[in-house]
Design a protein around this ligand. Structure first.
Ligand code: I3S
Length: 132
């Protein structure tokens, strides 16, 4: 790891509310999708989906979000990200994230601009981590 990369991935890259659902848990496909709006934080090579979007969103980008309960924590090292194929969801602008442990998540926002910035930020984090 070079110092520059370490410094870069330490910073909070991005936070906001996204729709997400887990579809595969460590290789096991889940029977049902449960979409929910979730406060989502990309920081230090980890993507964290919190349980309650309202409570955690109230904390903004500062300390308090760390006090709320993460529902899913996704290590981005070795993960892959792509636009989800149409058969994965009828929703528009859906990203599919696969973690190295074989879990899969769908991530969605109605705004193409917003989902595109998440796409770039997550893809960049994955790429930076692959250099380690
Ligand atoms: O893969 P599916 O079954 O089309 O996913 C839909 C279901 O999870 C559905 O829940 P109910 O079966 O309780 O209605 C959700 O409401 C839908 O949003 C899911 O489909 P989309 O295409 O929105 O991912």
């Amino acid at each position: 790891t070079n110092h520059f990369t370490q410094e870069k991935i330490k910073t909070l890259d991005k936070a906001g509310v996204l729709h997400r659902t887990k579809t595969v848990d460590k290789g096991k496909r889940l029977r049902k999708k449960h979409w929910s709006a979730s406060w989502t934080v990309l920081e230090g090579g980890v993507l964290t989906f919190f349980k309650d979007s309202k409570a955690s969103a109230a904390g903004g980008l500062r300390q308090p979000y760390k006090l709320s309960t993460p529902e899913y924590t996704v290590e981005l090292k070795g993960a892959s990200l792509a636009w989800a194929p149409k058969d994965k969801s009828s929703k528009k602008h859906v990203l599919e994230l696969r973690s190295r442990d074989g879990s899969e998540y769908l991530i969605q926002h109605d705004s193409e601009a917003i989902i595109s910035t998440w796409h770039k930020a997550i893809a960049q984090a994955i790429q930076e981590l692959s250099a380690d």
